[in-house]
Design a binder for this molecule. Structure first.
Ligand code: HEC
Ligand code: HEC
Ligand code: HEC
Ligand code: HEC
Length: 143
């Protein structure tokens, strides 16, 4: 884990932006691999949650190119293209470019609750949804 101060210094020196591409706007999705660069423990723990297989579930159902289905089963969907073929970090935490490119830690959503899950866990698609039960197996650990 990169420490707050060190990371802020790197960001302030503008060393992160060239790695990602200076053209990134601050509301953009960067993808799981970028998050994993600095949050390796969280990413590993995330990988064991059902969300990591959400595109495979669609493939098995023969609907992996249906934009209506992809909307909840992928991350950063735009014009039928997605940034990550799974429900990844930014599906819950929101686009990460402000956090990473601008180097502002607070620019990422860190308080996540039931309402965020219900965007996808609708009555139609997730009739058995119960926040406490689902949170226990659907959210990473790893701090
Ligand atoms: C260049 C390193 C770096 C990258 C890349 C990065 N983070 Fe972070 N992130 C940090 C640091 C440092 C902190 C502050 C220490 C901590 O809370 O772990 C942090 C904190 C956070 C927090 C807590 C914020 C708070 O207010 O406490 C969240 C949530 C987060 N990151 C999510 C993400 C997501 C999602 C991505 C991918 C889009 C990402 N991070 C990419 C370095 C990074
Ligand atoms: C509004 C968001 C949303 C949309 C749109 C959506 N899904 Fe899902 N889907 C979910 C959620 C959330 C779950 C997990 C439900 C649960 O286990 O409680 C799920 C689960 C599934 C499962 C079952 C996975 C399993 O573990 O058995 C399949 C299959 C599936 N979706 C296919 C589709 C298909 C095909 C479409 C398009 C017609 C679609 N989904 C559209 C949110 C959505
Ligand atoms: C962007 C859409 C999206 C968001 C936001 C989302 N999920 Fe999911 N979730 C899914 C989809 C799609 C599946 C089905 C994928 C699979 O089972 O592989 C799923 C599956 C799950 C499962 C597995 C259910 C089962 O039957 O085993 C759990 C648990 C879960 N989500 C918890 C949560 C929690 C808790 C939150 C909020 C903190 C959340 N999810 C937010 C889309 C989402
Ligand atoms: C299904 C939704 C969901 C996904 C996907 C998700 N997170 Fe989280 N994340 C949460 C929730 C919920 C919390 C706890 C927030 C709270 O306690 O208020 C959290 C907390 C965090 C924190 C704060 C540290 C802590 O443990 O308190 C960081 C950093 C973080 N997530 C990074 C990530 C990264 C990186 C990924 C992708 C590898 C990711 N998250 C994927 C829901 C999610």
């Amino acid at each position: 884990m990169v420490k707050r101060g060190v990371w802020a210094a790197i960001a302030a020196a503008g060393l992160i932006i060239p790695l990602i591409g200076a053209s990134q706007e601050f509301g953009e999705y960067l993808g799981l691999d970028t998050c994993a660069d600095c949050h390796a423990d969280v990413a590993e723990s995330y990988g064991a949650t059902p969300h990591a297989n959400s595109l495979e579930v669609l493939e098995a159902a023969g609907s992996a190119s249906d934009p209506e289905c992809l909307a909840c089963h992928t991350t950063g969907l735009e014009d039928s293209k997605y940034v990550d073929g799974a429900v990844t970090c930014e599906a819950c935490h929101g686009p990460g470019s402000g956090h990473v490119v601008a180097g502002e830690i607070e620019a990422i959503k860190s308080e996540i609750g039931e309402a965020d899950c219900l965007k996808c866990h609708t009555a139609e698609w997730s009739p058995d949804f119960d926040y406490e039960t689902y949170r226990a197996k659907g959210v990473h650990g790893g701090g």
